[in-house]
Design a binder for this molecule. Structure first.
Ligand SMILES: NC(=O)c1ccc[n+]([C@@H]2O[C@H](COP(=O)([O-])OP(=O)(O)OC[C@H]3O[C@@H](n4cnc5c(N)ncnc54)[C@H](OP(=O)(O)O)[C@@H]3O)[C@@H](O)[C@H]2O)c1
Length: 278
């Protein structure tokens, strides 16, 4: 946060809530940042709701990473999904007012169950506890369209793995693009095919940036919000430094060539999208 980031996200499944909670608390207490200047996004997943962790981390200090698995659970495991969400919220919201955004981490096998969880999140939005909603790891464009058609609070964010393993997720991205849903991409730096793509390397060299920076910029040029998953301050700085860069445009030759490489499969499209869910 000292270096500029104002949007933070975490997830219980990625075991980073302790760090995020500790960092937030320190930044708020030392005055580095005010709550209203932050965008805090987290995720909830079937039967395991993450917000209690982040909220209690903010409110009461560090909460053990396994909080939700330690009995008693903050909800009745046998209760219907919607009731679990409501119960969890009641026990979690002790003073911290809201999350900026909560994503449903992974859709259920049955889309009706996904909708039921989303309904509970909608209720929390109506109560002012969450400002925006979204879905993550949804790789079936039809499933997304179905959900969009059945939700009352609109889906404003889709956060998906965007690399060879999801065949670059073009169909879901297209739904998002056409409907004005923010598409948050992650996992792209793990694609060696992309990082080493000759047209990407040429673009990076021309603009004197690293291939990774070029990818962040391309995501932006193409209308995605790229997530930065670095553990190094230097890499974070590199990511943020290309944000305001204006020299790279969608109709540049190199940019069009990388786009084509991604679409015609030069950069790989091996695994089933199911593998991408985590
Ligand atoms: N919705 C979900 O289910 C889900 C799942 C996974 C992740 N995510 C989100 O996606 C975000 C990104 O995570 P990710 O794991 O996919 O990260 P990533 O951005 O795909 O890759 C991170 C890797 O790239 C390296 N890296 C980062 N910036 C670099 C740079 N400028 N130059 C060279 N190497 C660089 C990192 O190493 P260093 O640490 O050394 O920089 C790390 O090895 C996470 O913060 C997480 O919130 C969401």
């Amino acid at each position: 946060m000292c270096h500029g980031p104002r949007c933070l996200w975490d997830a219980r499944r990625t075991h980073n809530e302790k760090g995020v909670g500790d960092g937030l608390r320190e930044a708020l207490h030392t005055g580095i940042i005010k709550r209203e200047d932050l965008f805090i996004q987290t995720k909830c997943v079937a039967n395991i709701l993450v917000w209690a962790l982040a909220l209690t981390a903010l409110q009461h200090g560090f909460t053990p990473a396994k909080y939700q698995e330690v009995e008693p659970l903050p909800y009745d495991r046998s209760a219907p999904i919607g009731e679990q969400v409501a119960q969890n919220l009641r026990t979690s919201l002790k003073g911290v007012e809201y999350f900026d955004c909560v994503l449903l981490h992974i859709p259920y096998q049955k889309k009706e169950d996904t909708l039921e969880t989303y309904r509970a999140l909608e209720k929390a939005v109506n109560q002012g506890l969450i400002q925006h909603l979204g879905v993550s790891n949804i790789y079936d464009a039809e499933e997304l369209e179905w959900l969009i058609a059945n939700t009352k609070v609109e889906i404003e964010v889709v956060q998906n793995r965007w690399n060879d393993h999801t065949k670059w997720d073009w169909s879901v991205f297209e739904v998002c693009r056409s409907r004005g849903i923010q598409y948050q991409s992650f996992g792209f730096l793990k694609s060696e095919a992309l990082v080493n793509d000759e047209h990407l390397l040429s673009l990076a060299s021309k603009h004197k940036i690293t291939p990774q920076q070029a990818i962040y910029k391309l995501c932006q040029v193409w209308g995605m919000t790229p997530l930065c998953g670095s553990t190094k301050t230097t890499h974070m700085r590199e990511a943020f430094s290309v944000e305001g860069m204006t020299g790279i445009k969608a109709d540049d030759d190199d940019v069009k060539k990388v786009w084509e490489d991604l679409h015609i499969g030069v950069l790989g499209s091996a695994a089933e999208s199911e593998d991408a869910r985590n």
